[in-house]
Design a protein around this ligand. Sequence first.
Ligand SMILES: [Ca+2]
Length: 344
Amino acid sequence: MGTIIALLINMKNKTLSHFKSFFRSINLKTLFVLLGFVWVPTLYNSCAGYEANQEILKSVDLDTNQVNEPNNDASDTTDATNDQTPDNNEFDSSNDGWLIVQDYNNGAVGEKAQFDAGGASRYSDEVSLEGGQSCQMGINAGATGFGQWGGVISHPETLYEGDELWFRVYTYFPEGFDYFSYGEGGRLKFLRMHVENSQGDNRGYNDIYIDGKNASSAFKFIYEGEQRWVNLGEKSLLPKFNQWESYEFYVKFHHKSKDDGGEAVIRFWKNGELIKEITNRKTLVDPTDSSDRTHIFTYWNGGSPKTQFMYIDNLVLTSKTPPDMDEFGNPYVGTGIYQQEATQ
Ligand SMILES: [Ca+2]
């Protein structure tokens, strides 16, 4: 497919005048054959697995994403990270929760990282927050990307009403990355916690979206079991290019909001700063609902506007209470760097 596109681009550049006269003289039947020639491999690549996608992604000119000048200088990350390295053992041992850390430092570069449904998520040494490696996430132009874009982490133990979940991840968007959605609602799925009922039927996700390009806010929250949007943060809080930034999404699962006498609370931080605490939304439909898995990205509403890559590093997903607290006394993972080895 990459070869076909390259050929078409070459033809356009080198023989534009011939190309125009060719199209003026072309009949409808030939046009359909040509369209099929392009469309069928595109469809194949959007459905096929890792190998097909890898081929496409390798054909991208990395110059346009400015990842040719990887910046592994740890001094650039000091603004976003704590000087102290927290100890995983500091996580609250008084509850029975679990802790997952992914630092992507030990996988073979180019191999698929440890996500479900993340065929184009691979270990990379092009940029890293710590340890020399990160996880590169990629998507093809026009693809919605399920099975390729982002990834899914199954919860080691299912979470129920009253349980809490913290999801912290560092992201690096290269210059020129377009993180907006241009269809199917016009918002980009970002951090997502899945909810199901006691029969295993879908109850919708607790979602953080990157809001629309022309929206007033940078992000939005919704619990799909309630379908009420909440704006999160000013536009200035959108991801910045060529730097590591942390995002953290906290949910206390409950079928009633705190404001309604329940326990459901949602918090969202960027770079350790609380963007919003939400106390008037529920996070389950029924008290018997549960949360079985967490997603990062996984489906690009309307399709990606271009073929592009970004990177994540030092992902922490935990139902154990983290040792750090924000300025309001809320426990959170914050900006600390954790080591994967200690949790294995
Ligand atoms: Ca790393």
